[in-house]
Design a protein around this ligand. Sequence first.
Ligand code: ASP
Length: 277
Amino acid sequence: MNALVLHGGAGSASNIDELNAKVNEFADIAFKEKNALDAVIKAVVLMEDEPLFNAGTGSNMRLDGSIQMDAAVMIPGNFGGVINIENVKNPVLVAKDVMLKSPHLLLAGDGAIKFARKMGYGDYDPSTEKARKKRERILEKLNNGEIPEYYHPKFFLEFLGDTVGAVARINGEFAAAVSTGGTSLTLRGRVGDSPIPGAGIYCGEKGAVVATGIGEEIIKRMLSINIYNRIGEMPLEEICKEELEKFGDIPVGIIAVDENSSCALSNANMPYAIKKY
Ligand code: ASP
């Protein structure tokens, strides 16, 4: 079985139909790639370039107004990621270069930006009116005391969503990729699950898994590697269901693919596309 699964973020807002149409359109384009790595990268680049999503252009702003993005890519036996990268158009392409063209696996902050420039990625402003408005709404709520200091993860829901990810199995090879501007109710420097191998992304010889939702909760449970390690125990979708249930009402989504099957599940609105043949 060849399969490509895309998600457009757990907790997506009211424009779920529009986002579903986009991820399906992008999945059709990306599925034309000849191998799993190229397919997941293509899919994520298309979503990073679509301002409706919270990745690349259209990424969320931190509370201080800055935009820091996380992205990662994984294939069996190799990984590359960028953390809190700024002013680049396609963080996932930099993550791929970290994996393939650097001796490291993860680069963060100014080091990630310097590496990107060295690799030829120019200065780019990913900010949008949508992100500015979202931040203004959050600041208003904070100022009005509508968000308690130690808020329940559910408070994120209104400001969550639109992060992107893809998993694929093509000609027997697996790959996974993710990209995000992070949750929007966050401090500068915050790191979510997306670029943390085992948490927001995992890929090995048995399959590929990507998570979306409240990164802090996903890291605590090492969601992606937990699912991966269970592959073969029961049908993939059942494993994902069981792991998802452990989050209760904390918004989380999963996409996954193994040798024979693929799935996309979420306890909050999540646009997704599953293509297979
Ligand atoms: N998991 C991402 C993060 O916590 C956000 C998301 O999936 O919407 O950064």
